[in-house]
Design a protein around this ligand. Structure first.
Ligand code: ATP
Ligand code: MG
Length: 431
């Protein structure tokens, strides 16, 4: 029978890779919690309407990337393509937003039917950081500082750069969109096909085009910065001052507009040159109208999301994955005689309960001593504890008649007799 394969663009994360993920998840958790953000968890499936109303009907995500279906009750549902809309839905539904300040974060899989390639998958993972109820540029700066802190904690500071832009209010963008459309219509023949299609529905997305002819046309196009209203400029100016005061370098990119409709004022991206065209590792911005758009009361908000797969790739590419994380076992317990098989399991159990966090692998499956030792070496453990038959109980190990030997798992090491108390002391001092 033919074997069933995973769905294209949906990756298995194998045990050799999970330590990298766990490491990143731990560092991210520590960083976001150090800023007082609290985790929120929400379902993977939501009403399709949630994404249509937030991300926007004429965005790539909603038009062609969502996994949507009708369930057995006839409800239109979608696998979440991103987390912000879900976070707003959940927080508002449970009364966390009105008249309050909230700092929330989430993580988990997202789904988009895109063309799979390096750094772009159909199931991918994001960590999102969102704040609600604060309208000033200080919280924008804080959100960006969370990402700065993460780069620092991971050693990535030199590998990423920050681009920011002020995209004004929705009304500013409508006025600009009309001016841009009028200009581009005069040059319609020179536009690539995608851009021509966007011209009718979402003209600002033309700014994102990677086609050189289109980029050339844009040089003389109207500029968004001439259309953004005065309050957004003041807000943006102050944000830039706060970033500078905190030593955060950035460049301003007038063409940065983002592919989701809900942003206003600030948008930003962290970009690396190490991952080709999938170079955006983190993106975010302010979205003051979204809560109201989804039926809640007007609540200012700003947030960001990291792409986990791209972070993993970047850490690997930059050679920044710490070697020690691949070690998943500290001690391997084996035995020289089948008569002490049960005692060996007991010794391993005792070690686990006596030393919190110690990772102990019990030899299972029997076999000759030499083969057990081979497995001990292959496990990556630093030390082997060898259990031998004996007529008395070693000090510290009540009621188990064995003797113990300790062996470093390096070539040419010898096994030395050790009593249980001394073994514990030795392991507590560091493997
Ligand atoms: P891109 O321009 O690369 O398509 P995006 O603007 O669609 O990204 P967002 O929706 O803002 O991305 O998501 C935030 C982050 O999630 C991105 O910066 C990226 O790191 C990651 N991401 C988005 N889509 C994918 C995907 N299909 N596969 C892997 N990571 C992704
Ligand atoms: Mg995209």
């Amino acid at each position: 029978m033919s074997k069933i394969q995973a769905i294209r663009g949906m990756n298995d994360i194998l045990p050799v890779e999970t330590p990298v993920w766990q490491y990143l998840e731990q560092v991210i958790t520590d960083v976001v919690q150090s800023y007082g953000y609290r985790e929120i968890r929400f379902p993977i499936l939501e009403q399709t309407q949630l994404f249509k109303r937030s991300i926007g009907e004429v965005t790539d995500i909603v038009e062609k990337e969502m996994y949507s279906f009708t369930d057995r009750n006839g409800d239109d549902l979608s696998l979440r393509p991103e987390g912000t809309a879900c976070c707003v839905r959940a927080a508002d539904q449970h009364g966390l937003l009105y008249n309050q300040q909230q700092r929330l974060w989430y993580r988990g899989p997202m789904f988009r039917h895109e063309r799979p390639q390096k750094g772009r998958y159909r199931q991918f993972h994001q960590v999102g950081v969102e704040s609600f109820g604060m309208a000033g540029p200080d919280i924008d700066a804080e959100i960006i500082l969370v990402s700065v802190a993460l780069w620092k904690a991971l050693g990535l500071t030199e590998h990423v750069r920050l681009e920011i832009n002020n995209i004004g209010t929705a009304a500013d963008r409508r006025a600009y969109g009309a001016a841009l459309t009028a200009y581009l219509q005069q040059h319609e023949q020179a536009l690539d096909e995608d851009s021509r299609r966007r011209l009718g529905s979402n003209p600002l997305r033309v700014l994102d085009s990677k086609v050189p002819e289109t980029q050339a046309l844009l040089v003389n196009a109207p500029r968004l910065s001439d259309f953004v209203s005065a309050e957004t400029v003041t807000h943006y100016q102050r944000l830039k001052e706060l970033l500078i005061a905190n030593g955060v370098s950035f460049t301003e990119n007038e063409r940065l507009v983002r592919g989701l409709d809900y942003y206003n004022n600030l948008v930003f991206e962290w970009i690396t040159s190490a991952l080709g065209s999938q170079g955006t590792v983190c993106a975010g911005g302010r979205y003051d109208a979204l809560v109201e758009q989804l039926g809640g009361r007007g609540t200012p908000a700003v947030g960001l999301a990291f792409g986990m797969e791209r972070l993993v790739l970047l850490m690997q590419e930059a050679g920044l994955v710490p070697g020690h994380i691949h070690r998943t076992v500290d001690v391997y317990v084996l035995y020289s005689d089948d008569a002490v098989q049960a005692a060996a399991l007991l010794v391993a159990e005792r070690l686990r309960s006596d030393i919190c966090g110690l990772r102990v692998l019990s030899h299972c499956g029997g076999g000759k001593f030499a083969n057990q030792l081979k497995k001990a070496f292959a496990s990556g453990a630093a030390l082997a504890v060898i259990v031998d038959p004996a007529a008395q109980t070693p000090a510290g190990l009540d009621g188990v008649d064995v003797s113990l030997r300790l062996r470093a798992l390096v070539d040419d090491a010898t096994a030395e007799s050790i009593n249980y108390s001394a073994l514990i002391e030795r392991l507590q001092a560091g493997v």
